[in-house]
Ligand binder design. Structure first.
Ligand code: GLC
Length: 415
């Protein structure tokens, strides 16, 4: 960090530097396009100093919405040969070259926060976005629910937690022997020890190939895709987004038929992810019914979704007092914990923010504030890294990262 600027100035400068005109890249080099949930977090950061730009970020994201309501996880606005897999490998069928999967739906929740920050200027923007956000919600309901109402991820990248241990068993059953040669680009930008392994990457590409060859026809993919995991990230964020959509529809008098019933179903689904043996919310393979047996940082998103859990509260208290830089993306007591490898241990500031929102809203102000201050210390001490070693606080992955800067401005760094 540059000692001649305050962290807030640095954070603003990062957002401005990563702005590519209407959308923000997560970081230059490693991630040169618009990512779905990163953009939703970026909007919160922009809202702190340029509310119009916050709305533009969300509007650009929805400019890539497919005719069926799907909002892709990456929009390839301008070609960049430094990224793999690019638009040709994905073969997205929307109005802008894109991937063919989604990411956890944060947009409605963040749009509501932006609206609350300036209701007068935001009303019309929200009215215009609302039907698009509702269409995305309906797409998720149509194509991603399991029998319980839990929301499934159909690719590890869809849940946004690429190499989480949650997917290990499901991934092991995928035959990727025919993926052929390809050149990864992520490991030419950052340390390969911080990144997913080749074993994982072969399977990521295999799943992309299956989707592209099916023309991203969701009915076909229900049959063809071997990867279908009911997941806390998708389930909690979808439930939360639906609650926010309902609140906005009531406030602004907008059509949202069936949303209350959807919320009941999604809530039952999210609750079904409680793994009693593990004592935590967990991922469950939708084909086999097998639990992942994984306590991840997504397990702590229950409050964000409006779901209380005494056992999770005990856990959060323990993590806040025993892990130097919480919340680790995987429980440090579990054998697969790896403090530097992406979603298998490291701490992610934006996930802390989501958990912090939920804790505060559900009356756990002490824990919310402890988490916020620890996140602030982590960023102030180690910079705007993509993610952090939960034991040492060491920065890892990319740097000058958009969502870490946005988290500072909107939540962690507030006085
Ligand atoms: C990685 C993360 C994902 C994020 C993307 C861009 O793939 O796992 O959650 O959206 O990078 O930052």
């Amino acid at each position: 960090m540059n000692y001649y600027t305050t962290p807030s100035e640095s954070a603003r400068n990062i957002l401005i530097a990563n702005d590519r005109g209407g959308y923000t890249i997560p970081t230059s080099g490693l991630y040169p396009y618009q990512w779905n949930w990163d953009s939703a977090v970026a909007a919160l950061g922009f809202a702190e100093f340029d509310i119009n730009r916050a709305w533009v970020e969300l509007e650009t994201l929805f400019s890539g919405q497919w005719a069926d309501g799907m909002v892709p996880h990456i929009l390839f606005h301008k070609p960049d040969p430094g990224y793999f897999p690019g638009p040709d490998v994905w073969g997205g069928t929307g109005p802008i070259p894109s991937s063919g999967i989604i990411q956890p739906p944060l947009a409605a929740t963040m749009a509501r926060r932006v609206l609350d920050m300036d209701p007068v200027s935001g009303k019309e923007r929200m009215r215009a976005l609302f039907p698009k956000m509702l269409a995305w919600h309906r797409w998720i309901k149509a194509w991603r629910l399991d029998d319980h109402g839990a929301v499934c991820t159909t690719h590890p990248w869809e849940a946004g937690r690429d190499n989480a241990p949650d997917w290990d068993n499901t991934m092991a059953a995928i035959d990727a022997s025919d993926v052929g040669e390809y050149q990864r680009r992520d490991t030419s930008h950052v340390n390969s020890a911080d990144r997913p392994t080749k074993y994982d990457y072969d399977r990521y590409i295999k799943l992309v190939n299956i989707g592209r060859e099916a023309g991203w026809d969701q009915a076909k993919l229900l049959e063809l895709n071997p990867f279908r995991v009911a997941d806390p990230t998708m389930s909690f964020t979808t439930l939360r987004a639906a609650r926010d959509l309902l609140a906005v529809s009531n406030d602004l008098g907008l059509e949202a038929d069936g949303l209350s019933a959807d919320i009941d179903r999604l809530e039952a689904g999210a609750r079904s992810l409680w793994n009693e043996g593990l004592g935590a919310f967990d991922a469950r393979d939708a084909h086999t019914g097998e639990w992942a047996e994984s306590v991840s940082n997504a397990s702590y998103l229950c409050w964000y979704a409006g779901i209380e859990s005494a056992r999770m509260l005990e856990r959060v208290k323990t993590v806040l007092t025993t892990v130097p830089h919480p919340i680790p993306s995987y429980d440090p007591h579990m054998p697969k914990f790896d403090e530097r490898r992406y979603w298998r241990g490291p701490t992610w500031a934006f996930m802390n923010m989501l958990t912090g929102f939920g804790l505060a809203e559900m009356g756990h102000g002490v824990e919310a504030e402890a988490l916020r201050l620890k996140t602030a210390r982590l960023i102030a001490g180690h910079g705007f890294a993509e993610y952090f070693d939960p034991l040492t606080g060491g920065p890892a992955g990319g740097n000058s990262f958009t969502w870490t800067a946005a988290v500072w401005l909107h939540w962690a760094g507030r006085n």
